[in-house]
Design a protein around this ligand. Sequence first.
Ligand SMILES: NC(=O)c1ccc[n+]([C@@H]2O[C@H](COP(=O)([O-])OP(=O)(O)OC[C@H]3O[C@@H](n4cnc5c(N)ncnc54)[C@H](OP(=O)(O)O)[C@@H]3O)[C@@H](O)[C@H]2O)c1
Length: 179
Amino acid sequence: MKHALVIGGTGMLAQASVWLSQNGYRVSMIGRNPEKMQRLIEKNPEGIIPVSVDYKATEKLAEQLSHIQQKNGPIQLVLAWIHSDGPDVIPCLIDSLPRDSEWKLFHVNGSSSNLEEIKARVSVPAHVRYHQIQLGFHLENGTSRWLTHDEISAGVIEAMRDGKAQYIVGTLSPWERRP
Ligand SMILES: NC(=O)c1ccc[n+]([C@@H]2O[C@H](COP(=O)([O-])OP(=O)(O)OC[C@H]3O[C@@H](n4cnc5c(N)ncnc54)[C@H](OP(=O)(O)O)[C@@H]3O)[C@@H](O)[C@H]2O)c1
């Protein structure tokens, strides 16, 4: 079984995390809130492993990444939703995950993110297959709204299946029609 890491998977990415755990991955799940973590694990107790750490604590994060890979093998896929208060998380992943074999990073970004700027900033090495997923909004019959958690997770699953370098969930245009 392959090993995936999900960061921020107990919120809007919960269904996408469960999908990974049902599609060939043992999923290590980073989060802080025990109740949210428990609710997610109940959906697949065999397939989702809690990793209780605050990703802002970089040293602790690195320790956990080393520990879970010793236990469950090298991580081959990362799905990450990281707030702006975690600028060291991706550098820590690059240092802690395999350096001699390929792994995939699906990086989820908000609607107003500048993907090219983010890509330049994260500067992933050649052995990391970097995929950006951008959250948009829903536009129908002249009205717009933000995406639901189910829509976000469904779009993120599609993005992981599709494998494009950049994938938009929902729409971002026309930008002036956003909710
Ligand atoms: N369209 C858009 O651009 C857009 C963008 C962002 C959000 N949204 C909407 O806004 C809502 C709220 O967003 P949200 O960011 O709160 O997303 P969320 O996915 O509901 O929750 C954040 C996730 O990140 C984890 N997390 C946050 N800080 C962490 C830390 N320091 N260490 C470890 N894990 C951490 C949380 O787990 P713990 O709580 O356990 O730490 C949780 O799993 C979303 O549910 C979504 O509907 C829309």
